[in-house]
Design a protein around this ligand. Structure first.
Ligand SMILES: [Zn+2]
Length: 293
């Protein structure tokens, strides 16, 4: 090998190293500062709910923030049972289905994000198109036509979303620090499509036991049940909408255990489960044709 080749190789290795270091830095910066969530077992630290809980330490406290309930659900005033609104005939919070059988959800992604973050968000959005009739697409603003109802994806305090479609500009917050992960983005988008947390399901007491003594004081309301429409699907521990067994733990002990077998993994999804996908297709009455092409 001649000298110039060696120099080139050294330079190349140097660059690779820098990229790696930057990545490590970003990763650990997302998790600085101690909180009860630090006491949970290592393998549980990167579950959807652990990521959200960490990123949301300060969510809902700014003056302009909406109230945040159940960890990451935005409500304007007080408590709302949002999921049943999907079955309303008028003023439904479902996104409308267009004549071609597809459900278009217009979006705007804030310029706060880097191109890499934007790509991660768009990739998560496109994952819905592979298996459902939901199509997230950029908001159209033409002279004679514009999308009135749309999602505004922005880096606000933490990761949160409203449940179901609201009207006009609807914020989905994905903080650059801590929320731009595939599973977290899918989770927040599922809220925007009208889905609640799996452990809030009306039939959850048959599948999980809540250990109130281990929950952070004042956070017990995160474990309330909701009269959800379960769309004929079984309770799903592998749903990306299921919180982990250590969610809102004040002492590093579980707050939820599955029954009858306490050892079954819960809330460890790294992407939408096949039941998450089936629920979208049932709620929005997608025909097989719209997603199997
Ligand atoms: Zn959530």
């Amino acid at each position: 090998m001649d000298t110039s080749a060696v120099i080139l190789l050294v330079l190349l290795l140097g660059t690779l190293n820098t990229v790696q270091c930057q990545y490590e830095e970003t990763k650990s910066a997302d998790f600085e500062g101690s909180s009860p969530i630090d006491n949970i077992p290592e393998e549980e630290k990167y579950t959807v709910s652990a990521l959200i809980e960490r990123a949301n330490k300060n969510a809902g406290q700014e003056l302009d923030d909406p109230d945040i309930i159940e960890g990451d659900i935005a409500v304007d005033t007080g408590f709302q049972n949002a999921a049943p609104c999907t079955s309303r005939r008028f003023f439904s919070c479902k996104w409308p289905r267009s004549r071609d059988g597809l459900v278009y959800v217009p979006y705007v992604i804030s310029s706060q994000y880097s191109s890499r973050e934007k790509a991660t968000i768009v990739k998560a959005m496109n994952s819905f198109a592979n298996a459902t009739c939901v199509r997230f697409r950029p908001r159209k603003r033409r002279i004679f036509f514009k999308d009135r109802h749309y999602l505004n994806i922005e880096s606000n305090t933490g990761c949160w979303s409203y449940v179901g479609r609201r009207r006009g500009r609807q914020v989905v917050s994905l903080a650059r620090r801590g929320c731009v992960y595939h599973q977290v983005i899918q989770h927040e988008l599922l809220h925007a499509l009208g889905f609640h947390h799996e452990q809030a399901r009306s039939d959850r007491d048959m599948h999980i036991r809540i250990l109130y003594e281990n929950i952070i004081r004042g956070k017990e309301s995160n474990f309330e049940k909701i009269k959800t429409n379960n769309l004929g699907t079984p309770y799903d521990y592998g749903s990306v909408m299921h919180y982990s067994r250590y969610a809102f733990s004040r002492n590093g002990q579980p707050t939820m255990v599955p029954i009858p077998n306490a050892n079954v993994a819960i809330g460890r999804a790294t992407q939408m489960s096949s039941w998450d996908i089936a629920r979208i297709n049932r709620l929005y009455k997608c025909s097989q044709r719209s997603y199997s092409e």
